[in-house]
Design a protein around this ligand. Structure first.
Ligand SMILES: O=C(O)[C@H](O)[C@@H](O)[C@H](O)[C@H](O)COP(=O)(O)O
Length: 262
């Protein structure tokens, strides 16, 4: 797979706390800017430490009150296949960090969680139902809504969403979602957007902190093979942003953010 990056920014922050604050500020600005052009705005959230910390920073930022949340739809890039309300669910963590704090400002119908393990029988059924929900909000004839910003965390092995190195999920084509078994990161059962879905987003933002991510960041920014470094394939249609702390960026070339020629 080739990994073109029409416009790629790499922004490095001093530490994980600043990274989360700055990503929250960028996200709020991106939503406000998008709302000046079109409605609704579709945001794809991520699980993981920095992803949830970013949502908590959005909750604490007074600019959140400038957003018209009735015009924002929330999705997830991946979900852990556990029962509803389980603290391990990305949805549960996002609700605690941000969604619950928005109260009535965010209509319940705008929150599109992946069906939980006590609702559907297996990750494939959850993936199929989630794909239907995505298609129901897509323009005529399309399988996906216009995703404005898609957030991704990244694991030390270079995984994004629940697309893991050398795992079958990497090769799924012609579908927007996939069930995942035997995930190397617990829990083993998951649901993920596919690369096709991720790459349909206008902007993809990969957010990563910590020295343990440094090799994967360097490999992804060096356009390493997607089979070994899935994050290398996480590219937005209009823009790809790598939002890092100093530790995660410590093994990357200083010109890694230079846009590709041509
Ligand atoms: O559900 C999940 O586990 C994720 O969506 C996953 O892709 C996560 O974002 C990365 O593993 C980074 O997680 P950390 O920031 O906690 O390292």
């Amino acid at each position: 797979m080739t990994t073109p990056h029409p416009l790629r920014d790499v922004v490095v922050h001093p530490d994980a706390a600043t990274l989360a604050e700055a990503t929250a500020a960028r996200l709020l600005t991106a939503v406000l800017d998008a709302q000046s052009h079109h409605r609704p705005v579709h945001l794809v959230l991520t699980g993981g430490t920095v992803g949830i910390r970013t949502l908590a920073a959005v909750a604490a930022n007074p600019v959140r009150d400038a957003v018209d949340w009735t015009g924002v739809h929330l999705w997830w890039g991946d979900e852990r296949f556990v029962p509803a309300g389980d603290p391990d669910r990305n949805e549960t963590q996002a609700r605690e960090a941000l969604l619950d704090t928005l109260g009535d400002a965010l209509p319940a119908a705008n929150v599109h969680a992946v069906p939980a393990a006590d609702v559907v029988g297996d990750p494939e059924a959850a993936a199929a139902a989630y794909a239907e929900e995505l298609a129901a909000h897509a323009p005529e004839g399309a399988a996906l809504p216009e995703l404005d910003v898609l957030l991704l965390g990244m694991g030390p092995d270079g995984h994004v969403a629940s697309l893991f190195p050398d795992h079958p999920g990497l090769d799924v084509v012609g579908r927007t979602t996939t069930g995942v078994h035997d995930s190397p990161k617990p829990p083993p059962l998951r649901v993920s957007l596919t690369f096709e879905a991720i790459r349909s987003a206008r902007e993809v933002w990969v957010v990563a902190a910590g020295e343990e991510k440094a090799d994967a960041v360097a490999a992804a920014l060096g356009d390493g093979p997607v089979a070994q470094v899935p994050a290398a394939g996480a590219v937005g249609r209009e823009r790809t942003r790598w939002l890092l702390d100093v530790a995660a960026a410590s093994r990357s070339a200083s010109d890694a953010g230079t846009p590709a020629a041509g």
